[in-house]
Design a protein around this ligand. Structure first.
Ligand SMILES: C[S@@+](CC[C@H](N)C(=O)[O-])C[C@H]1O[C@@H](n2cnc3c(N)ncnc32)[C@H](O)[C@@H]1O
Length: 209
């Protein structure tokens, strides 16, 4: 093999190694978070790329100035959202787990992105502190069926207030618990199903009138 050929093989191997360790590193952080707080995390594996694509499909990116994500975990959705977002839009990710928030702020170097340590119940304060009146889209990976009593209702009320008219609350879950909560606030709810996810999950989009 020529010198140049050998260098290419080494570069390729290094790149595969880097991606593999990044990949395992992310899963490792996610799993550690699950071990610490199983009821708050609700899953041992991040969402699949099929769930990401299905969930984000209805978003009108040209009308998105502020995208908020609840429960980003290790950021499964963050990079796909940043890839699609306008150059001057912002993504705020809110999570109660300091391990995840620290990981996200260390690993996502994009000036449009901020991870905030807090609860989704406080979304209004977090959005206003960031200098915005409303959120255009809010995505949730929260395990609504295992959240402490009353928290789901608080989150849904605050979510509906902070969304702009025409904006959407988008949620995926293994059960339909979130849809029952959404019905208390949203008149129009679209639904879907993603088989290619561990476990297969239900998808919901609640549109604010
Ligand atoms: C199933 S994980 C979702 C991970 C990721 N979004 C994905 O799809 O792979 C649920 C996440 O919700 C977070 N969480 C739980 N309760 C929360 C709350 N009240 N506010 C914000 N995040 C919360 C957990 O810390 C965890 O990161």
């Amino acid at each position: 093999m020529s010198n140049e050929g050998a260098k290419t093989v080494v570069r390729l191997r290094d790149r595969i190694g880097e991606s593999a360790s990044r990949f395992l590193g992310q899963w490792g952080v996610f799993f550690r978070g699950f071990i610490d707080e199983p009821r708050m995390v609700g899953s041992i594996i991040p969402s699949s790329r099929f769930t990401i694509a299905s969930m984000l499909a209805p978003v009108d990116w040209s009308r998105c100035d502020l995208f908020v994500e609840y429960g980003p975990g290790v950021g499964t959705f963050c990079l796909p959202v940043l890839e699609k977002m306008k150059g001057n839009a912002r993504l705020i990710a809110i999570d109660t787990n300091p391990l995840y928030v620290d990981y996200l702020n260390r690993t996502i170097a994009d000036s449009r992105f901020t991870a905030v340590l807090g609860s989704a119940e406080d979304v209004e304060e977090i959005v206003h502190l960031a200098g915005h009146e409303h959120a255009d889209y809010i995505l949730s990976g929260l395990p609504f069926s295992t959240l402490p009593g009353g928290v789901g209702e608080e989150i849904m009320a605050a979510t509906h207030r902070i969304l702009r008219p025409g904006g959407a609350f988008m949620a995926y879950q293994f059960t339909a618990a979130v849809r029952d909560l959404m019905r208390t606030r949203f008149n129009r709810i679209d639904s879907g199903f993603e088989f290619w996810n561990v476990l297969p999950c239900k998808l919901f989009w609640g549109w604010k009138d």
